[in-house]
Ligand binder design. Structure first.
Ligand code: GTP
Ligand code: MG
Length: 298
């Protein structure tokens, strides 16, 4: 009998949750960046082998904030815990635990489902940092499995899968063997563009970016894909930075996005029209929250 489990991946911002899911799924399922709070939605990554299937839910980094936008992200992380069979708790060995780590560990310590703790970034952490992270987890998550891993170097990742399959319930596969994610096409494309845009700017601008696909036409007969997307920022000055001198930055975003979107449509010709616009209220406007968080409007 095969096994099938859903696993919520939880941790502070930037600990490497999305990177780990991409490494496990051997595919870019969830975008990553050095900026905290990159992931904004519950994103599914699917891993299948002869043992069965693990369906990962990537979540927004768990942090403390009173802002409406951030609270939405925290809720998404919490909700993913409600129906999962197990939890992967990721900590970053290079950062000392503080109030935020305590908030995550106390949230997880009360769970009845198995929690597997991963000390990530073992490739760059010093020995004493790894020791501190282990002591912290032994204290706050007693009798839970603790592993040391590197999501970028693919170290210790097989052990993570071994532990997850150990505790996975028996059951039929929920997705096809080759399926890596359940995201729809428009969302995948918008996320690729958001990643390239976020990684092309600094300071607070990455948090001000929202990408919306206004048109996505797939003409199967002519084998053509035509996409128009808007990169929305909150201020006119940010627009100038995203566009760049003489359009240099937006050109870079377009080239990088094109390359990655092309992998979704390898045998089609692709046209990508990228525009930048300003909407100072996109984070507070309910309509846009509906779009960003893809929630059903009441
Ligand atoms: N050296 C090293 N860097 C890593 C490792 N895992 C992730 N990173 C880097 O850490 C940064 C954050 O990674 P993400 O995967 O986006 O982190 P996240 O936990 O999904 O972050 P949020 O979505 O913002 O909560 C990126 O720059 C990654 O390349 C690792 O094992 N080793
Ligand atoms: Mg992430």
């Amino acid at each position: 009998m095969t096994k099938c489990a859903t696993t919520a991946v939880i941790g502070r911002p930037s600990v490497g949750k999305s990177t780990l899911i991409n490494t496990i799924c051997e595919s870019k399922v969830s975008i990553t960046s050095p900026t905290p709070n990159t992931t904004r939605n519950a994103i599914r990554g699917i891993y299948t082998d002869s043992r069965g299937q693990i369906i990962f839910t990537d979540t927004p980094g768990y942090h403390i904030s009173e802002k409406k936008f951030n609270k939405h992200m925290i809720d998404i992380a919490r909700e993913s815990l409600e129906e999962c069979d197990s939890v992967l708790y990721i900590v970053d060995a290079t950062r000392a635990p503080g109030d935020e780590e305590n908030a995550v560990s106390s949230l997880l310590s009360t769970l009845k489902v198995p929690v597997i703790c991963c000390i990530n970034k073992a490739d760059i952490a010093r020995e004493e940092q790894k020791k501190m992270a282990r002591e912290y987890l032994e204290r706050t998550m007693p009798s839970r499995v603790i592993l040391e891993i590197s999501a970028t170097e693919d170290h210790g990742v097989d052990e993570v899968l071994i532990e997850l399959f150990k505790v996975a319930p028996e059951g039929p596969l929920l997705y096809g063997e080759d399926q890596r994610t359940d995201q729809d096409l428009e969302f995948r494309v918008s996320e690729i563009i958001r990643e390239k845009a976020m990684n092309s700017v600094h300071a607070e601008i990455p948090h001000s970016i929202f990408v919306e696909i206004s048109d996505l036409e797939y003409n199967r007969e002519e084998n053509k894909v035509w996409i128009r997307a808007f990169i929305t920022v909150e201020r006119e000055s940010q627009k100038g930075i995203v566009v760049g001198k003489g359009g240099a930055n937006i050109k870079k975003i377009r080239v990088q996005s094109f390359k990655e979107i092309k992998r979704i449509f390898p045998s089609s010709s692709l046209e990508l029209d990228l525009r930048v616009r300003v909407n100072s209220k996109w984070k507070s406007n309910d309509f846009i929250l509906h779009n960003v968080f893809r929630e059903t409007q009441e």
